[in-house]
Write a protein that binds this ligand. Structure first.
Ligand code: SF4
Length: 674
């Protein structure tokens, strides 16, 4: 099915790995206009195909791999791809956005996406070449770690073609093969880490997917796109965050700021500061171990870094890994973290969920709930624990199920640090309550990015009062929607760091910066109005927000800031609409009681997350019921009345199945919800 729009290849393939049948997945221009690409496109495909009865490990579950229209257009940081599926970890839909070069090569292969169903009887390697799918036996690769597996793929492609073949790769490691619930998909050195997409790929018996070809992405207005990209690269390179902090220290540079603000999760989120933070922060990493900065294709930010471990160059850790495998488990050995980071990538496991699950287990032992031999600060045998998890041996077999599962078995839900089954990143939300709301309501579970990343305002780069709930729900909605569409368009979310004009970042004490920070908590009603009527924003924002214009030049669709924003809203609401099918309600938008009931600073009630209050405003701003269900009116307003499930929802509302009142004290709300 071709397309009138630029930026797309106009073809999505459906691959049944049980029958080895390949067909074109119907994806119309109307769907392109409404859902753009990436995670939004994947949500529509999952919504159209999954029922409430679909199980994550089943032939009916789909692994949907999508690109966005900016991928391959030369737009900055746009080589991304997205993987979505019904998550075995959270039992709701998940999406994982990843850099590297697979997205770029999938488009070179002539495709916008892959929809994979079924289950192969034997291990499989799928090679996509110029729109054709080759089914290769992967029995000899099964069991390989992700590095050797990627090397083997290059060797096999070179042997078949008589010369090296430029290609993009996706592989799983032993963790995915053994269905560790938080196993990842690896692409070069980048990781689609969250939600267990690797476990679904492993269950389907797919070891690897490669893509190659010589197709070109056609854009609607090439000259304008080229000129915009030139300016955009320049702006990102000159911005204090995307042109200095991220290239210089990567996300690791945030550790020191979080420490200063009391936002660095320590000892399984018992505290917000770690005494030994200087031994495991970005500055020490840069000084002692950094060899070279690296970046994904077409990225001027280059936030990744290569470090040296035992004389070998390996990928450096991100902030989340440093925080959770540092202070999170009371470990101050930075070299050990570098080694573990490498080992976890090789095994194909999400470092956030692995580390947080380990921290839960350590605390469960400390509290006498589970005699597992693990203890905070005792880290000599941790590499063996990773292997035990990946191969599901001994206690590793239980750790492989994540903190929610463990807390259900052993108790201690109040300190199993996850939301909807997805472990939180290293940012402590009791000292950034807007982030706390984001973690709780995020569609894919405890994710700072999908939650709107309020902490960027609450201390990481600006000084909006981190303890006030005022203005945060409306701001969260706005950021979630904008980031949703940045991601759907195929761009890295780190480009959103540059939304704030440079003077607001580089001059924190200037009157205008202080005025901005003071204004955020009181402009909630204005933001709510904009959230309700995004059409009012019928213009493009120059310099700091190039995404809407880029989408217009790439695709030829009518696009401005308001339409871009509305498309993000549509996508976010669609994801929630689908998750409603899997039983998600207000009670599930929760945090562990440690974060809502126990002040981080003893006696200071402000240092806990006032979650229920913020949720009430948040649902209102979203046009969802107070039980977190998108109403038929909201669905219709966002152009979702054409969904097959829209009618069912209308009928369910008519039957009174969805209440529009708070569901009372929620499971995670504890004292705060009372
Ligand atoms: S900012 Fe970092 S993760 Fe994002 S595209 Fe650039 S190098 Fe990749």
């Amino acid at each position: 099915m071709s397309t009138k729009y630029g930026g797309y290849m106009g073809k999505v393939l459906k691959i049944n790995v049980s029958t080895r049948e390949v067909t074109e997945y119907p994806w119309s221009d109307e769907e392109r206009r409404l859902f753009i690409g990436g995670k939004s496109m994947a949500a529509k495909i999952l919504g159209d195909n999954l029922t409430s009865q679909t199980k994550p490990f089943s032939a009916e579950n789909l692994l949907v791999i999508t690109t966005g229209p900016l991928t391959g257009t030369g737009a900055p940081s746009s080589s991304r791809f997205n993987v979505s599926t019904l998550s075995p970890q959270t039992k709701i839909i998940t999406s994982s956005n990843c850099g590297g070069n697979f997205g770029y090569y999938l488009k070179k292969a002539g495709l916008d996406g892959l929809v994979i169903e079924g289950r192969s009887e034997t291990p499989l390697w799928l090679h996509i070449r110029n729109g054709e799918v080759v089914f290769n036996d992967a029995a000899d690769m099964w069991g390989l770690k992700t590095g050797p597996a990627q090397k083997a793929l290059d060797e096999r492609l070179a042997a078949e073609n008589g010369k090296p073949v430029k290609n993009g790769k996706l592989v799983i490691g032993p963790a995915g093969e053994n269905q560790v619930l938080y196993s990842a998909i690896i692409s070069n050195e980048r990781v689609a880490g969250r939600g267990g997409t690797g476990a679904v790929m492993g269950w389907k018996n797919i070891k690897a997917i490669t893509a190659s070809g010589n197709q070109q992405v056609r854009v609607a207005e090439p000259e304008k796109m080229k000129a915009l990209n030139k300016k955009w690269f320049k702006y990102l390179r000159s911005h204090p965050l995307t042109g200095d902090q991220l290239p210089r220290l990567g996300t690791a540079g945030l550790v020191s700021t979080m420490q200063m603000n009391g936002q660095l999760s320590t000892k399984n989120y018992n505290y917000g500061r770690y005494d030994d933070f200087e031994l495991v922060n970005g500055e020490t990493l840069a000084e002692k171990y950094n060899i070279v900065n690296k970046g994904c294709l077409t990225c001027p930010i280059k936030c990744a870094r290569t470090v040296e471990v035992d004389g070998k160059p390996v990928k450096g850790p991100e902030l989340e890994t440093l925080g959770l495998l540092g202070g999170g488990i009371l470990n101050n050995d930075l070299e050990a973290i570098l080694k573990w980071n490498y080992e976890l990538d090789e095994l194909g496991m999400d470092t956030i969920s692995t580390a947080s699950t380990l921290a839960y287990a350590m605390e469960a032992r400390e509290k006498g709930l589970w005699d597992n031999g693990l203890a905070f600060g005792e880290t000599e045998d941790i590499s063996k624990i990773w292997e035990d998890i990946a191969y599901r041996r001994g206690i590793g077999d239980e750790l492989a199920n994540g903190s929610r599962w463990l807390a259900e078995k052993y108790g201690g839900k109040e300190f199993a640090i996850n939301a909807k089954g997805l472990e939180l990143a290293a940012y402590e939300p009791r000292r950034a309550v807007g982030l706390g709301l984001g973690y709780a309501v995020s569609n894919r579970g405890g994710c700072h990015l999908n939650g709107g990343y309020m902490i960027l305002l609450e201390g990481l780069s600006m000084n909006v009062d981190p303890q006030t709930p005022h203005g945060k729900p409306d701001m969260t909605v706005m950021f979630q929607d904008l980031m949703e569409m940045v991601s759907a368009a195929g761009q890295c979310l780190f480009t959103t760091y540059a939304f704030f004009p440079p003077p607001l970042i580089s001059k924190p004490h200037a009157w205008y910066t202080r005025a901005f920070c003071k204004a955020v908590p009181v402009i909630g009603p204005v933001l709510r109005l904009l959230n309700k009527f995004p059409g009012m924003l019928c213009f493009n924002i120059p310099v700091v927000f190039n995404q809407s214009k880029a989408l217009k030049y790439a695709t030829g669709m009518p696009m401005n800031f308001g339409k871009f924003f509305k498309a993000g809203k549509r996508s976010y609401t669609l994801e929630r609409h689908i998750n409603t099918r899997f039983g998600i309600r207000r009670k599930d938008d929760s945090l562990p009681a440690r974060l809502t009931d126990v002040p981080q600073i003893e006696g200071d009630e402000k240092t806990r997350v006032p979650l229920e209050r913020m949720k009430t405003v948040y649902y209102h701003a979203r046009g969802w019921t107070q039980d977190a269900v998108p109403t038929p009116r909201t669905l219709k307003k966002l152009g979702l009345a054409g969904l097959a499930s829209y009618k069912e929802t209308c009928e369910a509302f008519r039957r009174g199945e969805f209440q529009d009142k708070p569901a009372g004290r929620s499971a995670g709300a504890g004292k705060e919800g009372a």
